[in-house]
Ligand binder design. Sequence first.
Ligand code: ZN
Length: 452
Amino acid sequence: MLYRARAFDTPDDPFDPATAGPGFRHDDDLGLLVSDDGVIRARGPFATVAAAHRDAAVIDLRAGLLLPGLVDTHVHFPQVRVIGALGMPLLEWLDRCALPEEQHLASPSYAATIAGEFVAGLVSAGTTTSLVFGSHFAPAVDALFAEAERYGLRMTSGLVVSDRMLPDPLLTTPQRAYDEALALASRWHGRERLRYAVTPRFSLSASDPVLAACRAVLDAVDGACFTSHVNENNAEVATVAGQFPDRAHYVDTYDHHALLGSFAVLAHNVHPTDPELAVMAARGTAVAYCPTSNAALGSGMFPLTRHLAAGVRVALGSDVGAGTGFSIFKEGLQAYFLQHLMGDEGMPLGAGHLLHLATAAGAAALGLGDTVGDLSEGKQFDALLLRPPPGTALDIGLRHADTPEAALGKVFALASDADVADVWVGGEQIASGGFVRPVTPRAPAGRRTPAG
Ligand SMILES: [Zn+2]
């Protein structure tokens, strides 16, 4: 297949002072040759690639704008129906909104319905790679993995574990946490594009024995990831300090159990101390920056400049359902707003920074930087085509943008799910014309949905 498109991506890190130019790569008439296994085999001006591969079928995408698939590094599977509950800080929002809904996933049929809604939400937003907070119920996590596999999504997720401070139905024991995680990982880890993530909810609700069980799962499952929450809200931070008097700080509650490394992503980190940033940098642990959630819950202003100065890797997360939707474009725009409002303490962000945070930085945070994140030769063809409906502000803006930078700025200012027309993962198209459907050949026998 030879794709012909106008395309943007960020193979070089625009936060690196050594990166010259606008911080992104733009091609007006790009040719991308994609082999049957979904790998980009050749890239260059369309005329050059077409001349070298005269037998390739050409798919002309010049009616839209091609971008790498978006990466969401923090999003909650059970919370799709609680998006939009505004006006509460974290702990009250958990009690009144998130945790009651999460208990409903004890029902496998309810969980399967939510899995369908959740995965469709990711695909509709153009999110092709994600690190997903699963459910406290193992059968619900099975339902999520099954649905992700049916679409061919690139997803890392796992059983959420806690043994205190949550409603009883959400609690487990260290032994059960270990056994259920191993069983889930044996079914899903490394299958298709799926990986397992060891996931204590946060150390506020996970005691030392549960965190030790999490380390045991990492030891038993080769290549598993780790994710949790940290330093989101001042009341949460104070509670954790009281629960772990022997730990140096919140980050140390995880680090004490050797849970941090380049395989780990911690969500939020709105209120880190410098020693915590130093530990995270030393371990290679990445942070999921969730700007709409931070604003919606009033959690605080994320210190992006301090993270980057300390050498901590950062990418974007939607944090559905405290975040206000699946769109990583919206998270990018909100990051731009909030960093701008922080004045001297904020990080000035251009369109190239936003695209990098939304794609390549996310892939790197999840250890997938060699596989996806941009449209370079050798990478998997994970991509989305933005094709705004005629007459919309984005359509008009893109047609009249006088520079590539202006066009990319309009994407982040204006793009929404409605503008994501086509989505590919590993060369397989999983949304077409804005219509989301599983890739038919991936549907396991007996679960195939009607084509269409
Ligand atoms: Zn979260």
